[in-house]
Write a protein that binds this ligand. Structure first.
Ligand code: ADP
Ligand code: MG
Length: 244
């Protein structure tokens, strides 16, 4: 409901790379259990917004307020600790570690890595693996797995510390229709668990059924905001997608 407090508030966020303004004065809010779609053609600044929220890039201006605390400019590990998890478009597991070991490592802060043999850590890692559909491949090395399973590992790592907000970058790129359905259900499950989701996709149509609201970007700027239907129909959005 409208009385629920925002879990994430982004205000006046901007980022320059040399002479290029990649993100210009972007703002949005997210409540627990809400999915916001961030859409726009390639190069619009969507991934940069995610990286700014997560502290992977430092903003030039703006606030990133998580649960009442402005974390803009904080290091990534500290921002993660505030309750945000990120699912990158391109997975980067540790290739010499099994799937289970990769998930176990994500469960532990760096200072506690000696606990990796702890049976309760093993149990939690197995539970998360099951949640994302990796239970059959726990002992495999990532290099032997299909593409979709690598993205499942990213999902598992993002979920490891039970984040209140999940940032997901282009989760459907390169997947089969069956896998798209699986991942949609998984992301819908995040919402059911009360997490807030920022779902980045270049195409609003592919996420329309999943999102509560959408925000469209083009060349770093917000060009439309509203329901998926409103954004799909927006004249400016149609223009930029037709290259006109
Ligand atoms: P999207 O995810 O919407 O495709 P990005 O956020 O990846 O867009 O990129 C937005 C713009 O910023 C692009 O023009 C891209 O080339 C540029 N950009 C992104 N990251 C960097 C960087 N680290 N250094 C320089 N330019 C960058
Ligand atoms: Mg991107």
């Amino acid at each position: 409901s409208s009385e629920t407090a925002n879990i994430l508030e982004v205000e006046h966020l901007s980022k320059r790379f040399g002479g290029l303004v990649a993100v210009k004065d972007i703002g949005f809010t997210l409540k627990p259990g809400e999915i916001l779609g961030l859409i726009g053609p390639n190069g619009s600044g969507k991934s940069t917004v995610m990286k700014l929220v997560m502290g992977i890039e430092r903003p030039n201006t703006g606030k990133v307020v998580i649960d009442g605390t402005d974390v803009a400019g904080w290091p990534t590990a500290k921002i993660a600790h505030q309750g945000i998890g990120i699912v990158f478009q391109h997975s980067r597991p540790l290739h010499r570690q099994t799937v289970l070991e990769n998930i176990k490592l994500a469960l532990l802060p760096d200072s506690l890595l000696r606990l990796v043999a702890d049976p309760s850590v093993e149990e939690r890692a197995r539970a998360i693996a099951k949640r994302v559909g990796l239970e059959a491949v726990l002992d495999r090395l990532p290099s032997t797995l299909p593409f979709a399973d690598l993205r499942r590992i990213e999902m598992a790592k993002a979920l490891a510390r039970e984040p209140k907000v999940v940032l997901v970058d282009e989760p459907f790129a390169g997947l089969t229709p069956r896998e798209v359905a699986d991942f949609s259900a998984l992301i819908h499950g995040f919402r059911e668990e009360g997490r807030a989701v920022l779902l980045v996709d270049h195409n609003v149509k592919s996420v329309a059924a999943l999102v509560d609201r959408a925000l469209a970007m083009y060349l770093g700027e917000k060009i439309a905001e509203g329901t998926a239907e409103q954004v799909t129909r927006n004249e400016r959005v149609r223009e930029v997608y037709m290259g006109g």
